[in-house]
Design a protein around this ligand. Structure first.
Ligand code: COA
Length: 327
């Protein structure tokens, strides 16, 4: 029987950085950023680690479901900005929340992280191996952004979205289908060059700024437009879905132009697309659960809504999920 989302919450830092902030020290403008990306502002955490974004959202998520730390069996954290390379941020979060009898791990799929983790989590609860799973899509992108590079400084933000995954005996709600893909030949276009075993940290790697994001924006843009649109159309066809059947497209928020291209290929009007990129920028693993949480909180996402989640990210990684909202 399908996995369902039984609670949801999100957290974004309170410190807002507008486009005017970047205009002051970079050769850029509010007009350029809005026109090319759709981003007006983003939030950066001045202090703390990724786990500090997760904790408030995770607490709220458990509270809304009326459960506590003892009820969680497993924690999965998709992220590219773990607190440490090891131990996993799942271990840090387990300890900070006082969860006693859980296992868990971090998952590396960049901007597709929430999608890959949602399927992993769903299959764990559907098999009966896990009862209640906390899935925390979260990134503190400000810890790896090169703020001297105008082509990336303006794109990213910090934020966390947390969902509780449980099993259901009603086939009419929850996870219906998914298509996920990876293609390592795209790895060269978007990566963190140093810090792993390929190129361990050294004086040179720091001097060459190789611990920040490296991105060939145009190559990623082209692949993202094609990848996200192809996979959403494929999942619609596979499930006999017409555009009028879909209540919401929930796209990864990397660039408004990628989002509109995907909606167009699906035949969807933009009023059926969740977009909050103007407020938060790209929070990587955070974008999709933050959208879901905001739309649910405001009453726009309703029980029975057929939704398509779609994302594309470094790897390359990409995919789409067909889900019927159950809350
Ligand atoms: N302000 C002003 N000019 C900028 C700028 C900024 N913030 N960022 C880049 N530019 C400049 C470039 O330097 C370039 O100038 P040049 O022609 O003098 O060299 C010019 O704008 C065009 O650059 P280009 O890379 O072609 O712009 P673009 O329209 O492709 O937009 C991105 C750049 C990064 C916004 C866009 O490519 C993008 O969004 N890519 C995908 C990124 C992504 O999704 N990453 C996350 C993975 S999910």
């Amino acid at each position: 029987m399908p996995a369902i989302i039984t609670s949801i919450a999100h957290y974004v830092p309170s410190d807002v950085y507008t486009n005017e902030y970047f205009e002051k020290y970079l050769d850029t403008s509010h007009e350029w950023i809005m026109e090319r990306t759709g981003i007006a502002e983003r939030r950066f955490a001045k202090e703390g680690a990724n786990s500090d974004l997760i904790i408030p959202a995770a607490k709220e998520c458990m509270e809304k479901r009326g459960i506590g730390p003892d009820d969680i069996d497993c924690i999965i954290i998709p992220t590219v900005t773990p607190d440490h390379m090891f131990p996993s941020t799942a271990c840090v979060v387990q300890n900070k929340l006082g969860i006693k009898k859980a296992w868990g791990f971090d998952l590396s799929a960049a901007c597709s992280g929430f999608l890959f983790a949602l399927i992993t989590a769903s299959k764990l609860v559907e098999s009966g191996a896990v009862k209640r799973l906390l899935l925390c899509g979260s990134d503190k992108m400000s810890s790896i952004v090169n703020f001297d590079d105008r082509a990336q400084a303006v794109l990213f933000g910090d934020g966390a979205g947390v969902v509780l995954i449980e099993n259901s005996d009603d086939p009419d709600y929850g996870l219906q289908d998914f298509i996920l893909q990876i293609d390592g030949s795209g790895g060269q276009y978007l990566k963190q060059v140093a810090g792993g075993s390929f190129k361990p940290a050294s004086f040179e790697t720091v001097q060459n700024k190789e611990h920040y994001i490296y991105q060939d924006g145009q190559a990623v843009f082209k692949a993202a437009v094609k990848g996200m649109a192809d996979v959403t159309v494929e999942i619609m066809e596979k499930n006999g879905l017409r555009s009028e059947d879909i209540a919401w497209l929930v796209p990864h928020q990397a660039n408004l132009r990628i989002i509109t291209a995907t909606a167009k290929r699906m035949g969807l009007e933009m009023d059926k697309v969740m977009v909050n990129i103007e407020k938060y920028g790209n929070t990587t693993a955070g974008t999709i659960p933050i959208c879901l949480s905001e739309w649910y909180q405001s009453g726009k996402l309703k029980k029975g809504d057929k939704i398509i989640l779609a994302g594309f990210g470094a790897g390359f990684t990409w995919g789409a999920i067909y889900f019927i909202w159950n809350l």
